[in-house]
Design a protein around this ligand. Structure first.
Ligand SMILES: Nc1ncnc2c1ncn2[C@@H]1O[C@H](COP(=O)(O)OP(=O)(O)OP(=O)(O)O)[C@@H](O)[C@H]1O
Ligand SMILES: [Mg+2]
Length: 270
């Protein structure tokens, strides 16, 4: 507990970058973090320092009901990673279809992970809607939507503000209501960036939880198989500020502080 998913209607906006950094920052603060990659690109492992030769993973085998514990990879930052694994394009389509008809394939193991009261589960997702993320809608505590400070992203803000960006239906709407927005690759010298930020602030109010500066150091760090954990001004500092805000919005207790309440009720509730 709890589950924080990082998603976006758009691709290439910085979801995986943010997921990896939030995992490292939370781990550095003493939280126990597991990161689950739902994206068949299987790239979260690269951000987290796992070798490109590593083929194994969790989602690639989800139809066989794999034991998630035996798929956990230790990472350099201390978080545990469940990589997607390598899958053929046809398998990717079949996995998506299987999750559409049987969302429990994913929801059940994730529910088991969430029984650990000390754990924070971060989920990185592929762009757009998908059956894997949809399987987790009832379990998501905070949905962090990453957008760019550009016109394409700005056009999606009204749907996010109206809680309609995930689709129709009460259950879907409930997940959409838990969405907050991060604006990535913000360039203060660009009048377009500033105009998109102002528009997003007006439309989303407190649901805009942070802005990450466009910063060459992000791409350089990835090419060097490191994360920006030093907190230097720029994207590194912005991602620390956003992590603080996520801790607050997801009501994370300080590490080591046990959840109150009645343990038997958690067990009976499945
Ligand atoms: N704040 C930033 N400043 C500069 N470059 C960035 C920033 N954030 C991300 N990038 C770069 O943008 C590219 C896309 O980032 P990333 O892979 O995290 O996006 P994504 O949303 O996960 O993409 P996909 O939809 O393909 O999963 C990467 O090359 C990354 O290094
Ligand atoms: Mg990604």
């Amino acid at each position: 507990m709890p589950l924080i998913a990082i998603a976006s209607p758009k691709g290439g906006v910085g979801k995986t970058t943010l997921t990896a950094h939030v995992a490292a920052i939370l781990t550095g603060r003493g939280y126990r973090v597991t990161v689950l990659d739902l994206d068949p690109q299987n790239s979260l492992r690269l951000h987290m320092g796992v070798s490109i030769r590593e083929q194994g993973g969790f989602m690639a085998h989800i139809r066989e009901r794999p034991d998630w514990k035996s798929n956990l990879h230790a990472t350099e930052c201390g978080a545990q990673l469940l990589p997607f694994g390598t899958a053929e394009p046809k398998d990717v389509l079949d996995i998506a279809a299987a999750l559409g008809t049987e969302p429990e394939l994913l929801a059940n193991p994730v529910q088991q992970m969430l029984r650990d009261p000390e754990l924070v589960l971060l989920v990185d997702t592929p762009p757009g809607p998908g059956t894997a993320l949809a399987a987790l809608y009832p379990l998501v505590d905070l949905l962090v939507v990453v957008l760019l400070a550009d016109a394409g992203s700005a056009s999606l803000v009204p749907q996010i503000a109206a809680n309609s960006f995930l689709g129709r239906g009460s259950l879907t709407r409930r997940a959409a209501e838990r969405a907050v927005v991060v604006l990535n690759q913000f360039n203060p010298a660009s009048s377009l960036s500033s105009a998109v930020l102002e528009m997003a602030q007006r439309a989303l109010g407190h649901r805009l939880v942070g802005v990450v500066a466009r910063d060459e150091a992000v791409a350089e760090a990835l090419a060097d198989k490191r994360l920006l954990t030093d907190g230097a001004p720029g994207a590194a500092e912005d991602m620390r500020v956003i992590t603080d805000e996520m801790v607050r919005r997801a009501h994370l207790r300080p590490p080591g502080q046990r959840r109150g309440g009645f343990s038997a009720l958690n067990e009976w509730g499945g």
